[in-house]
Design a protein around this ligand. Structure first.
Ligand code: ZN
Ligand code: ZN
Length: 129
């Protein structure tokens, strides 16, 4: 199965084959600010699962302990995918950007110290990866 993730305006897309190696949510401040939401939903695919990338993306690079590059649509600003130094060989894709064929439910929750008190999640989800 090939899924397509799309930015808000639809100009930028990334296609991925198969299921993500990691499908999780993260409650760190970086993910909260990236999404403007209570947590980030991140799907990490092996680089070999990445197919076509289209659209006019710009990159935002973060150094230091959380070294990563995030690609976002120049038109609408949606962060669509990223590479993190801590996860070599994997490409993160914004979980909410898979609209036509949604991802399965996440199975992992990380950075739980930053979790908003009102966010309830299933007990069976793994607490780290
Ligand atoms: Zn866009
Ligand atoms: Zn995070």
């Amino acid at each position: 199965m090939t899924r397509r993730a799309t930015c808000c305006c639809g100009q930028c897309t990334i296609d991925v084959d198969g299921e993500p190696e990691i499908n999780g949510v993260c409650h760190c401040l970086n993910c909260k600010k990236r999404t403007g939401s209570a947590f980030g939903w991140s799907a990490y695919f092996a680089d070999s699962q990445i197919r076509n990338r289209r659209g006019d993306v710009a990159v935002y690079a973060i150094g230091g302990a959380k070294t990563q590059k995030r690609w976002f649509c120049r038109n609408c600003g949606s962060t669509l995918f990223w590479k993190a130094a801590a996860r070599p060989g994997l490409t993160g894709v914004a979980g909410g950007c898979f609209a036509d064929i949604p991802l399965d439910a996440p199975s992992v929750t990380v950075s739980n110290d930053g979790r908003c008190a009102w966010v309830g999640l299933p007990e069976e989800w793994r607490r780290s990866f």
